[in-house]
Design a protein around this ligand. Sequence first.
Ligand code: DAH
Length: 342
Amino acid sequence: MTDLSHIIDDARAAFACATRPADLENEKAKFLGKDGVLTAELKALGKLPIEEKKARGAQVNAVRQQVETLLNDARNALAQAALNEKLATEQLDVTLPGRGQATGGIHPVTRVTRRVAAIFRSMGFDVADGPEIENDWYNFSSLNSPENHPARSMQDTFYVEDKDERGRPLVLRTHTSPMQVRYARTHVQNAHPPIKVIAPGRTYRVDSDATHSPMFHQVEGLWIDKAVSFADLKSVYTTFLQRFFETDDVKLRFRPSYFPFTEPSVEIDMAFGSGPNAGKWLEISGAGQVHPSVIRNFGLDPEEYMGFAFGSGLERLAMLRYGVNDLRLFFENDLRFLGQFK
Ligand code: DAH
């Protein structure tokens, strides 16, 4: 049996001469590779008589393990040397800014929604949430826009293919007004007002320009009791805006208008205070005294109960608060825009 220990010495010498990782791998091939010395020894085992095979096999394996250990040591030594060299030549610039963790911000429309909710809550209003896919009874009929009535075409609608469990067509709600009826029918205990609620949320219409987007946000407001008048609407809404804009100096105009679910109806405009649109009017809300047939759909007697409702555009309020003149900016997800609200 030839002695194999010279292989270990050869490997040690060969690995020590390699100064680059690629050289080391070449040297490795000479011992452990397909045509390497140790591989040849292993192949040769096959030709040995059975009684020698076992002892020789153990020998070859022991040598292979030692060569592998030598190889790993040599690899580590090269890596360490490379690192030392890097550390010696490269300097650390401790004045560079850190990578940091980018912080997110709350979307301006969400901010505005929260602000509106907090103000109305402080005035005793409940805050309710409702479905964005609505059946056409709540979205239209219950609000006094019967099927085929031209008033329905005031709002160009996204219909959904499915129908609800009672076979009613489904739409992406075109306004938050259906929440008036939903809330009244589900939350009013034994039909006893007062009903005092706001319902903010997403709404959808086939509409798109600088002041309209196919998806936008509204907040519905409703206050029903024995004697809630148009004067109450003016005072509540004005107070809300004064608190929202943190100034007593809000310029408002209640302009006569038409909605099927209110009588009388108005649109509320507010003047931009500053910025490129200063002095221009922006419509922010529809409002009015709730129509007797809608009160009946609440499950209440219109001879006994009355009140006001409004539906305001939350993006419009955000535009006025932050001096933004194009509503589409809110939905383009441009971080240069959104980052300003952090
Ligand atoms: N829902 C109406 C719209 O989106 C706005 C509106 C008008 C809401 C009058 C109301 C209201 O509650 O009383 O155009």
